[in-house]
Structures are given as C-alpha cells and as structure tokens.
Design a protein around this ligand. Sequence first.
Ligand SMILES: C=C(O[C@@H]1C=C(C(=O)O)C=C[C@H]1O)C(=O)O
Length: 408
Amino acid sequence: MSDAVLPALTVSSEPIDDPGPLLHLTEPGSPLSFVRRGAGLIGIGEALRLEFRGPTRLRDAAAAWRDLTERASTRDEVGERGSGLVAFGAFCFADASPAASVLIVPSMLVGRRRGRSWVTRVDTDAPLPRPSPWGSPLFCEFSPRGLDGRGYEAAVRRALDAITDGTVAKVVLARELAGRLPAAPDLRRVLDWLALAYPDTWTYAVDGALGSSPETLVAVSEGVARARVLAGSIRRGEDELSDAELAAALSTSVKDLDEHGYAVRSLLAALRPFSPSATASEAPFALKLPNLWHLASDIAGPVAPGVSSLDLLAALHPTAAVAGTPRAAALQLIAELEPDDRGRYAGPVGWVDASGDGEWAIALRGAQVHPDGTVVAHAGAGIVAESVPERELAETTLKFQPVLEAFS
Ligand SMILES: C=C(O[C@@H]1C=C(C(=O)O)C=C[C@H]1O)C(=O)O
C-alpha cells in the first residue's frame, strides 16, 4: 500500500427489523458477504478500498487497519460482533502473486447474529436500498486451465518424488478450471445456491472471490482465537451404510490421519506465540459436507488484548492444510508444479472489526470472477507419501462440485 494518509471515516450502526435473506441485499455484480446458516454480514458499495501486495501484505493490512480505526468516529447502538466499523478482506495465497490483496470497507453493511439485525453506514446517511430484482439465471461451462487431469496426476507423481527424496513431507497441489460468464451476471444467484446447498460452510464473496468454505482459518472474539483445521477427505457414500463405512475408513486411515496431523501441528505452532495454551480437540472428527467427508479438528486458545485477527492471519497463513510441510519447501514446490498463480484461492477471506476481532475462512471451494467475465476455480489435495495420483485427482473433482453446481 502507498503511504497515502487514511481518511477519517464516520460510522454508525443501528438495529433494524429483520431484513430477510442477507445475501439478497448485496450487490449483484460485486457482492460482499460472509454468511453461515443465515447469520453474518453482507456489504453494499465501497466507502474505502485498501490494496496490499507482496510478502508483508498481511502485516501491512494489520498496520493500516489500526491506523484507520484510530481515525474513525463511530456511533454503535448495536454492540454485536461485526457492528461498528468493519472491513471485508481477501488475501492472495502467494507472496509473489501479481494480484491485489484487499480490505474493503462497504458504504453499508447489514448484519444478523443471534436473532438481531442491524445496519452500519459509513460516510453516508442513505436509506438501506431494497434488494434489486434477480438477474437472469447463470450458466457457465468450465474446462481445465493449466493442468488437465493427466497433467495433475503427473504433478502429483513429481510431488511424490519430492516426498521420497525428503524435500517435503506433505504438499498441497491444486488445479484450475476456467469459464466465462455472460455480461452483467447476478452473482447473488451463485451465493444463494451455495448457502442453500452447503449451509454449514461460509458463503463468502469479496472482490470477485466467492465460494463456500468449510474451513475457519481463525476467528477472534472476546479474547479467544478459534480455528477449524480440515485435512484428509473421502467421498460421501451412495446409501447410509456405505456413507458410514466411508466415514469410518477416513477416521482410521493412516494416510489421512498423517495428512491431518501435519495441518494441526502447523496451526498450533504458528498460534502458540500468541496463545501459549492453545489446544486442539483430542482426536479429529469426521465432518460431513454434502459432497465430502473431512477429518476436522477444532483449536482454541486465549489471546492477549490488542492482538488482532489480522495479526494472527499474518502468522498462520499458509497452513499445512493448503501449503504443506515444511512450509517453505512446500511453497517452492507449489510454485514449480502449478503453472499459474493461485490468486486468492487458499488465501484468507473474511472480515475484521475496529477492535481487530473478526472471522476468517480459507478461500476454498470457490472461484475468482474477473471484471471481464472470466471465472477461474481452483481445487487441491494434500499429497503425502501414501498418496495415489488417480485418487488425488478424483478428490479435486469432488472439491470442484460446489462451484460447478452453483454456476450452472
Ligand atoms: C486444498 C483444498 O482443501 C484442503 C485440503 C484437504 C485435503 O487434502 O484433504 C481438505 C480440506 C482443505 O484443507 C481445496 O478444497 O482445494
């Protein structure tokens, strides 16, 4: 970011009657959302946009956000998590990414939590707009970009060579699908569909990055940091019995427990400097999504006052769930084996408030919609010594399912 002086924003939050489905209120062409099970935040318009690039993008964002919040004057009659001054954020995965990482303060935010609804206005006293009528249904055909299926399997084999020679213990390899949207798409249709079909995930949308993420990178509130680590996946069964058998197979698979262990240990190690007593749930549990089972661990620990969720992102990103172990060697291998930059895929996406509290997911199961209508989706899988290339390819296909369904 440049050293331009940040503005002094005027912010006011007040309770409102239930405004109906939050996702319908955001803007069709540039939605902002972070919603799960009908609760969360959506944004309308842009009062301020800050862009960051390079290896210090998360630390720079944390510093800029502190400056901005000190300058703001806020009247908050709501006092809920997510009321008052809030920015949505989406950060690139890679330090070398040419794409921008952003913090966006919307002109208006609508929130709902625990049955209470509110609106926050930034530098405006305009009334809350009515939801605009739906645009035409979307249809977008996707085809491989960069690596096709064979190319992905070849990359997995090269990753296995790097595991055999000891360069890495685990690396997460992704592939891309690309498509093109008609002019002026109503992206609320995509979000609405994702929220209905994947209700237990975060329906996120920030600066064209949108999707339904099951993985909480970190949420901070009332002095406690929480994360949900996912690593280790298997398909859902066709009937109840086969579904239960697959869940049991995942929970006892040495390969998946291994892969999961790397992710949990990396998150705990990165969190400990801020939260020495942070702990993970005793053993991973099987998390059921409509398209997949995942091995999941919940992590929680107290953090000192003044530690913001952005400070934690700077320490935690990228976890072994989306990069690998050891981190530096895994990132190097990803840069060698994946032909294109990941953009915001597998980066942090979420929101931060004036106190630094916030909720951040990992931008998975999603796509980036570019201003020219191009849509690029990513899906990856964790490669460990026992990985089989064909199975990892099949896993990425399952992970594309939410996006493919939502855009058709
Ligand atoms: C890399 C992705 O997902 C990650 C990798 C997983 C795995 O390898 O089992 C599971 C959940 C996520 O942490 C993706 O969805 O693209």
